[in-house]
Design a protein around this ligand. Sequence first.
Ligand SMILES: [Zn+2]
Length: 333
Amino acid sequence: MYQPVPQGYYPPGGPPLPPRHHPRGLSPFGMPARHPWEIPLLVVVIMLTSVAYLLALLMLVVEVVADPVVDERGEEVSGSVLTSPYVLLLLFAPVLLWAGRGMNYARMRINGVKMSPTQFPEGYRLVQEAAARFGMAKVPDAYVVLGNGQINAFASGHGFRRFVVVYSDLFEIGGAAREPDALAFIIGHEVGHIAAGHVSYWRQLGMFVAPWLPLLGSSLIRAQEYTADNHGFCNRHLGAPGAMATLAAGKYLNTDVGFDEMADRAAQEKGGFVLLVNAMSSHPVLTWRMWALRDRSKPGPMFWRPSAPQPAMIPPPGDYPLNAAPPALPPKA
Ligand SMILES: [Zn+2]
């Protein structure tokens, strides 16, 4: 039972701790937990990326140092490793990534509507709240860009700058008459990507070959998405069903989506192809994602379909014994 603390008085043990001093977990209180698969997968991907960089460098050195290969007529055999797009991509990865991030940030700065106290003030406030909730020293910039019907949002950075971008079609759900909690969840998710370090240059350089690592790369991204969802949930857990419903059915039909009905299907839809589609996805499949946001007792399912709770674990409704006849209505007067 909650006991209000009289003003000027703290109970024994001092004032209550702010959220950032709580242990990390899956509840809406305290700090959001990282998905347990994220760091192990990240280590493996960074090691494989490092091997790829070393191989590309080795090929470059061999190319420069070794004598040219000649055929029997004494002509140089063409076929430099430097014509391979993969080797070139790896050799120039630091510059390509830096330039790509810089151009992405520039695109937002010159096309995007920047959230401010006067432009989309509710979004501006939500970003500030999320940054404070996660104990971040700096509030990221935030932009709304034209969605053209696409429901999307992302977070990125360049240099020391960090920013979130929400497509207009997704941002629309936040209007006062719609689902402001859902927008708070989405913004918490995106700011969470920044808080969890997912958009750092060095991390992205270390994950450079992830798109070419089947299953492994997508699994790492999936674990990151669960981590970001944990942030969104901590930021505004009430918005999780609305956010997922919007991702599932769009900004108009979201209110018709039954969150529980869809989350239940995570355990019902079976088969190898279900596992394969999830394993190859960069985001957890929606039904599993909803399941993870509803069952906060464990981290989101990464590879195996979640199983439905045993019937014995479901308490009977109300105080009535199961299979009992409903109570009779009082006779009409
Ligand atoms: Zn995300």
